[in-house]
Design a protein around this ligand. Structure first.
Ligand code: NAP
Length: 341
């Protein structure tokens, strides 16, 4: 069959009619990202580059799935011979309660950004390094013969925390354990994964900021055991929750090195910075999980303050590479994936 790449966005309605909709697509789509919005996502670029580099004969596509559609969309992954998906805003926390099993990486932070489909038959797994369409089709036929898909299991993982850790190292040549970190949007799927990573790394200090303060308070209670030891000189508490308001953040920022935006603010050009620009100082390091073709208000504010800043592209790369490894049980071709960005 002639090769036909996908760059489109699919929907729940397309999943309902998948065989007909994708009849002419070759290689077949067996991976993707679910989100709303999702048009901005660069995951297809990096994942398709990874698949090509490893000669794995399948494609990764974008799916525009709204918050109230996730429960209907996930069962299609069981039936349609998918290998897995990534989840982005607003699905990570909702998916936590909708998968069949949870890996420890997702269980601890209550958030899922990667789903892998475990087939009911032990005879089939996408084979690492599998080359060529013929081999792939052979496997697909074998698989269809033994499994209807309804018994397949959705396993939830989270690669955001580890991806973030690697991104901070790459961007700023520094380890989380040496930093005092403020996470804005700590109650969301990404913020929680990052907060857990900071705790596991035993970072110097962690301040959890969230619009809905109850979520930051609850997360702080969960993470408290990690911060019981004294590491920072002086009386400042190592773990605190703070409101998303200027005076609460100002109080904390003298004892913060790294400021992380884990809210979606910045995805739209017109979005304001999640933190007032006047609070930023040259000693701050700013990491914006949001990425795009132009600078976010937060990154512009960091530059104006003389602070170092980076957007979320490196996190995208690293969390994506970890998802790839999860799906295929092999190391991701990270240089090919990086080049695609
Ligand atoms: P999410 O689960 O929906 O969480 C959103 C968080 O942001 C919540 O804490 C929410 O607070 C807060 N928030 C939402 N709108 C806000 C506003 N207008 N003002 C202040 N706070 C607001 O989303 P997510 O999946 O974690 O994603 C968050 C962002 O991170 C997205 O932009 C996503 O693209 C980005 N991200 C990037 C990467 C990467 O690889 N670069 C990876 C993961 C995520 P409440 O709790 O009060 O609702």
């Amino acid at each position: 069959m002639k090769e036909m790449q996908t760059t489109e966005r699919y929907t729940l309605a397309d999943l309902e009619n998948w065989t007909a909709i994708t009849r002419d697509i070759n290689p077949t789509i067996r991976l993707g990202v679910f989100g709303d919005p999702v048009a901005h996502s660069l995951s297809p670029q990096i994942q398709n580059a990874g698949l090509r580099a490893c000669e794995i004969n399948m494609q990764y596509a974008r799916f525009h799935i709204r918050a109230n559609e996730l429960r209907s969309a996930l069962p299609f992954l069981r039936r349609l011979d998918f290998v897995g998906v990534n989840l982005t805003v607003p699905h990570k926390i909702a998916a936590f309660g909708q998968v069949d099993e949870l890996d420890e990486s997702a269980k601890r932070c209550g958030s899922v950004n990667t789903i892998k489909i475990k087939t009911s038959s032990c005879s089939y797994r996408p084979v690492a390094g599998e080359a060529g369409a013929a081999k792939e089709n052979e496997n697909r036929t074998a698989h269809s013969a033994v499994a209807t898909g309804d018994d397949n299991k959705l396993i939830g993982f989270n690669t955001d925390g580890d991806g973030f850790l690697r991104a901070i190292r790459t961007e700023f040549s520094i380890d989380l354990r040496d930093l005092r970190v403020m996470i804005i949007g700590a109650g969301g799927g990404t913020g929680r994964a990052i907060a857990w990573q900071c705790a596991l790394e035993n970072c110097e200090r962690l301040v959890l900021v969230n619009r809905t303060s109850e979520k930051a308070n609850a997360l702080a209670e969960q993470l408290r055991p990690f911060f019981s030891g004294a590491r920072v000189l002086g009386p400042t508490s190592r773990l605190q929750a703070a409101g998303l308001d200027e005076s609460a953040m100002r109080t904390q920022l003298g004892d913060i090195d790294l400021i992380v935006n884990a809210t979606p603010l910045g995805m739209n050009q017109s979005d304001h910075s999640p933190i007032p620009a006047r609070l930023l100082a040259p000693h701050h390091i700013v990491f914006d999980c949001v990425y795009g073709s132009s600078k976010t208000a937060l990154i512009r504010a960091a530059e104006e303050a003389g602070a170092r800043g980076a957007n979320g592209l490196s996190m995208l790369l690293h969390q994506g590479a970890l998802s790839f490894s999860t799906w295929f049980n092999r190391e991701a071709p990270i240089e090919a994936m990086r080049a695609a960005l």
